[in-house]
Design a protein around this ligand. Structure first.
Ligand SMILES: COc1ccc(C2=NN(C3CCN(C(=O)CN4C(=O)CCC4=O)CC3)C(=O)[C@@H]3CC=CC[C@H]23)cc1OC
Ligand SMILES: [Mg+2]
Ligand SMILES: [Zn+2]
Length: 366
């Protein structure tokens, strides 16, 4: 009857739209993964990972059965929690951004298939089972995870351990066709890339990239920027590539960037609520009663995101320029909102105006 026909037509159109969105992950920066989440019955990671790994021919190269990969990535996706920010959509976002940047011309003929497989695998699992609180919170509350990992990259150790444990779930061993040497190299790369997403390693990334760019500038043959024979340099680049992807929200189209901002702030505010209830000091950015979201984003862009992406774009020129342009325009828009946000606050000014006064060091990262 008409109702049934209408329902089926709608379902067919949604699947066609989903297929088009997934196809666009091949070569588009800023795919609306919230749309992919809505159309894929909340399985964006499984849909996009399966598509990208097949598109890159990784499954064939390593004789990985599609069903095995499907079971593994589904098991990983199910282990992502429904946090406002650190969830399976964020994992898909970092996976797709990493895939996109591996296609930069400066990386042509640089990475082996195993290195590409390891980097994308790391991106997909890099936040699995994230509890929605920071390392510092886990340390301050003497959590089991902090005790288990001795306060060192607590979350990141947990993500990579859980990923490898998932391989031993029935029918999920996507590494079973790798030989001993490949397995050893793959595991070393995934561990180092996931551990490198710990923000405490952020400054080191910038240092390594500056050194690499400096060497490129000084070296006579400017073209051969990355020596495919230098495994250490290549591993550092893969670490920075996934770390940049993890910090890529402000470089996405504004409507996507603003959704990620709402999500991370809600996750931080929930941590602040927990800290207040436990009489702990409220962490930076986590006080929902006293936050200026636009000023926080300007600080995040100026002190964290731009310093990293500025050097990353120098290493990866010219393909990074369109993405840097988005950062620039988003920064201008945020700055314009600060003025409006101040006006709003001035409206309900309770006379204690130094609360809004940005003396510049209330929430700047040291
Ligand atoms: C879209 O917006 C954000 C997305 C991710 C993060 C992350 N943040 N962090 C650290 C928090 C503390 N840090 C700060 O810089 C705090 N801060 C400001 O942001 C302005 C001044 C200041 O002191 C370092 C990054 C994480 O560790 C998250 C997990 C991994 C990557 C980025 C995430 C923050 C965002 O917006 C503030
Ligand atoms: Mg993380
Ligand atoms: Zn992440």
């Amino acid at each position: 009857n008409d109702v049934e026909r209408l329902r089926l037509t709608r379902k067919l159109n949604m699947n066609i739209f989903l297929a088009q969105l997934i196809e666009s992950t091949n070569d588009t920066w800023g795919v609306d993964l919230f749309e992919v989440d809505a159309l894929s019955n909340h399985r964006p990671l499984t849909h996009v990972a399966l598509h990208l790994f097949k598109q890159r021919n990784i499954l064939k190269q390593f004789q990985i059965r599609e069903l095995t990969f499907f079971k593994f990535i589904s098991a990983i996706e199910a282990k992502y929690r429904n946090n406002p920010y650190h969830n399976n959509i964020h994992a898909t976002d970092v996976l797709q951004a990493s895939h996109h940047m591996l296609n930069f011309s400066v990386f042509k003929n640089v990475f082996t298939e195993l290195e590409v497989f390891a980097a994308l695998f790391a991106a997909a699992v890099h936040d699995v089972d994230h509890p929605g609180v920071t390392n510092q919170y886990l340390i301050n509350t003497n959590s089991d995870l902090a005790i288990l990992y001795n306060d060192e990259s607590v979350l990141e150790n947990h993500h990579v351990t859980l990923a490898f444990q998932t391989l031993s779930t029935e029918g999920c061993d996507v590494l079973s066709t790798l030989n001993r040497k490949q397995h050893q190299m793959f595991r070393k790369m995934v561990i180092s890339v996931v551990l490198a997403t710990d923000m405490s390693k952020h400054i080191q990334h910038i240092g390594h990239l500056k050194t690499m760019v400096e060497i490129r500038r000084l070296s006579s043959s400017a073209s051969s920027i990355i020596d495919p024979e230098n495994a250490e340099d290549k591993l550092q680049i893969l670490q920075s590539l996934v770390h940049c992807s993890d910090l890529s929200n402000p470089l996405k189209p504004l409507n996507l960037y603003l959704q990620w901002t709402d999500r991370i702030m809600e996750e931080f505010f929930r941590q602040g609520d927990l800290e207040k209830s436990l009489n702990l000091e409220v962490s930076p950015l986590c006080d929902r009663e006293n936050s200026n979201i636009c000023k926080s984003q300007m600080g995040f862009i100026d002190y964290v995101v731009h310093p990293l992406w500025e050097i990353w774009s120098r290493l990866t020129q010219p393909d990074c320029q369109p993405i840097m342009d988005i950062l620039e325009s988003n920064r201008v828009w945020i700055a314009s909102q600060v003025l409006t946000e101040d006006d709003k606050h001035d409206g309900d000014d309770d006379g204690d105006d130094d609360k809004d006064d940005d003396d510049g060091d209330d929430d700047v990262i040291r």
